[in-house]
Design a protein around this ligand. Sequence first.
Ligand code: NDP
Ligand code: MG
Length: 391
Amino acid sequence: MRGDGNLPPVAHRVAVLGSTGSIGTQTLEIIAERPDAFEVVALAAHSNVELLAAQAEQFRPGVVALIDGTRAAELKERLPAGVDLEVGSDALASLSSEGDVVVNGVVGFAGLGVTLGALRAGRRLALANKESLIAAGPVVAPLRDTPGAELIPVDSEHCALHQCLRAGSPERELAELVLTASGGPFRGHSPAQLATVGVEDALAHPTWSMGPKITVDSSTLMNKGLEVIEAHELFGVDYARIKVTVHPQSIVHSMATFRDGATIAQLSLPDMRLPIGYALAYPERLDSPFGALDLTTKMHLDFEPPDTQAFPCLQLAYHAGTAGGTAPAWLSAANEVHVDAFLDGVIRWQQIAELNTRALECWDGAPADSVEAVLAADSAAREVARRLVAA
Ligand code: NDP
Ligand code: MG
């Protein structure tokens, strides 16, 4: 993979938070290939002691964090000399100012401290954790002006848009953004079929291999809804100009259409190592470890409108985004509770959308004008969601 003349000019010191997950392990794979360009300075996981210890052994960061401290003593025993250990939920925020690039690969609202901490510390934030930006967009926005701070999206659609927008100015020349969705495992299913789908069906994503939460979100199109809000927050484009199209091959990762009718699209094989590598090395590009498309061979690229009847979560996210304030935080928190309940076998798949709808109806209309307001919305929405699940 190492390519002559393709070295980022500055070697990056990287904190990989959520290092044991799908994004985290793929980030470390890229870093392991390029010891000349990247050095791991911090790692963090929730409770996977085995993998975290193995990663510490391989990458020798200065510090690791374990959020769930139950097995902290065991981890401490297994860490090589010179690797410090921090324990508990505050450790995430503390590690988010390590290095010069912080990869936020934590899942869910728990990643908020990393997003805020990295930007406050003036680091480059390579953001996979969309939930933090969706919940706290208005709080995150001013932090992007911190000297040195930079937010590069890792989510493949937003990384694609980041690349497309290099072709023109979003403020003056952009007409609309078009996010692509694979459609997930249940694309084309009838309501009757959807009534009987189970956890294993929802976890069988046709084109991407990801952690369980985002895989379930992809099956309900909640992921695409959350990504609409993410695009609004990242690029400052109003909701009326953010569109979604279903593209089952997952080759076109998203598109930007400009005033003159030109559409710029980013195409590549569906592999998260491209957006992760892009965010690590930007504005340079790394050699691909997995090849590139061969568009000289016969190939079909299909596009179709999403089925908003069968997958109501997409429109629900537009409602929450347009309502503003803490509505996105509320919806995202309720969705986390409902996805967990689905994964635990407590509710059916269709109830995720039903309960998300009912939870959003209970939103209290609060503004998202401080971190405290966002935290309060998150916990109030979780309380509402837990009551709905229990009922
Ligand atoms: P995984 O479930 O695979 O990994 C989650 C990571 O977060 C693990 O390292 C886990 O540690 C850690 N974690 C879980 N809970 C906490 C917590 N409370 N505090 C600190 N760390 C915690 O998720 P993914 O890698 O799939 O997703 C991560 C984020 O990236 C999500 O926001 C997702 O939406 C986004 N994303 C993911 C994509 C993908 O391809 N996977 C694509 C686009 C976006 P442990 O292993 O110890 O539990
Ligand atoms: Mg995505």
